[in-house]
Design a protein around this ligand. Structure first.
Ligand SMILES: Cc1cc2nc3c(=O)[nH]c(=O)nc-3n(C[C@H](O)[C@H](O)[C@H](O)COP(=O)(O)OP(=O)(O)OC[C@H]3O[C@@H](n4cnc5c(N)ncnc54)[C@H](O)[C@@H]3O)c2cc1C
Length: 414
């Protein structure tokens, strides 16, 4: 074993999963985390009596993220949002959301031609994802649909599945693939919030002998990844360094020109979020709601009979849109979906600008870096994974980093 460790910067889910996968392969790993707590965007700080995710978090079933967690020895437990509790809003009216072909065909608020177009589109998402040109934007793909009403439903579903409202910039192919996953396999709301995953990974890391240093911010990483400078002056020699930090931080830590250039050009996705614990739902039949012409979302993240309940609502922000400005409109929309909800609030938290992802897949993705940034410098982060979204992108990058480091070690020992 090399006397120098692999240093992982950042103890969010990507950093912790990378550390566990490397330690499982016999590598010595040190994780350096700036905060006093691990987890990053997957922390679940309490709102009143209950731990709650920072905004609505759903784990995509059967995706890379779930597979990677399982490979780390972590089995996510939870429940799916019930299909019969889904509604959508259109011009201030609440309508039952189609949850499958049969319910779609029976729905009375769409003309027949729109229903037929929607059924065809939903049945061919995967094929379309493989067929369309990489340069085609999601907005252009929607324009090509024969029914504008069907296109607006698809646009609404895509906003929820990607947390993005930038049709002109987003690439159509990855959006279609993400929609196929969301519609086909569904999601899990993790019991106890995503911090349960963080704690499980921390425990696996501890058992495998990974050294996790909290309150250990990194100031600088050499361009080749062999040396890491901590705030306060201490330095660490590394066999390799894995950056599992947001793109902006990575560009500040490394001075790598390609990362800096990409950070300046990347398209982030952001939401204005309202997280609350409520004593009850004024309308218990409405557990998930989406806006057809507003980028709004509401969801209950507690099982059906639980009380009090966790609820999340958010507004997906367009590029440049200010979160604080849309929060009142989000509350007005909630009054339509759940009239009287504000009287049931036990505790609440508004987070006007949460950065969900640093670099969405766009039609102009030529600057996106690969996971290997330098001779021994790697990025286990969502921005280094092309054509993927959310935690699937982040843990996909973590898997690629581990493969690259394992191949490099095998080459050295050959
Ligand atoms: C509102 C919201 C909703 C989301 N919903 C979903 C969802 O439904 N499904 C899904 O799959 N994904 C979702 N995501 C995305 C998911 O949360 C992220 O992809 C994932 O948590 C990213 O993990 P990470 O480890 O890559 O980064 P982070 O969680 O950002 O972790 C980075 C870590 O690096 C640390 N750090 C930063 N600077 C330094 C430094 N200088 N030195 C040392 N450490 C440092 C930070 O403190 C942090 O702990 C959502 C995100 C948000 C914000």
């Amino acid at each position: 074993m090399s006397p120098r460790p692999i240093v992982v910067v950042g103890a969010g889910l990507s950093g912790l999963a990378t550390a566990v996968l490397l330690a499982q392969r016999g590598r010595r790993v040190v994780v350096l985390e700036r905060s006093a707590t691990a987890g990053g965007r997957a922390r679940s700080p309490a709102v009143g009596p209950l731990p709650m995710n920072l905004g609505a978090h759903a784990l995509y079933r059967g995706g890379v993220a779930e597979r990677t967690l399982r490979a780390c020895g972590v089995a996510p437990r939870g429940f799916s949002p019930p299909l019969d509790g889904m509604v959508l809003t259109r011009n201030g009216e609440v309508l039952p959301a189609p949850t499958g072909t049969a319910s779609l065909l029976w729905s009375r608020w769409l003309p027949f031609a729109a229903k037929a177009s929607l059924v065809r589109a939903l049945a061919s998402l995967g094929r379309e994802a493989r067929r369309v040109d990489a340069g085609l934007s999601w907005g252009d793909w929607l324009e090509q649909q024969p029914s504008p009403q069907a296109a607006s439903v698809l646009s609404m579903l895509a906003r929820v599945a990607t947390y993005a409202d930038a049709p002109a910039q987003l690439a159509a192919a990855p959006v279609l693939a993400q929609l196929e996953r969301a519609v086909g396999r569904g999601v899990t709301y993790v019991d106890g919030g995503w911090e349960v995953l963080v704690h499980a990974l921390l425990e696996r890391a501890r058992v495998l002998g990974v050294e996790v240093r909290l309150s250990a911010p990194v100031d600088e990483v050499s361009e080749d990844g062999r040396s890491v400078q901590l705030t306060g002056g201490a330095a660490l020699d590394a066999d390799a360094t894995v950056l599992a930090v947001p793109l902006r931080v990575a560009s500040e830590l490394t001075h790598t020109p390609s990362v800096r250039a990409f950070a300046a050009a990347a398209l982030p996705s952001r939401v204005a979020s309202w997280d609350a614990v409520v004593s009850r739902l004024p309308n218990p039949a409405r557990r998930v709601a989406q806006g057809l012409e507003t980028p709004t979302y509401f969801s209950v993240h507690s099982p059906v009979k639980a009380e009090p309940l966790r609820v999340h609502a958010h507004w997906v922000l367009r590029p440049g849109e200010k979160g604080a400005a849309v929060l009142p409109a989000l509350q007005r929309w909630l009054d339509v979906v759940q009239p009287g909800l504000s009287a049931c609030v036990v505790a609440e938290r508004s987070l006007p600008e949460l950065q969900v992802a640093d670099a969405m897949p766009t039609t102009q993705d030529t600057l996106r870096p690969t996971v290997q940034l330098g001779a021994a410098l790697y990025a286990a982060a969502e921005y280094a994974q092309p054509a993927a979204f959310l935690l699937d992108a982040a843990l996909g990058a973590a898997q690629s980093v581990v493969q690259s480091l394992t191949s490099a070690a095998l080459r050295r020992s050959a």
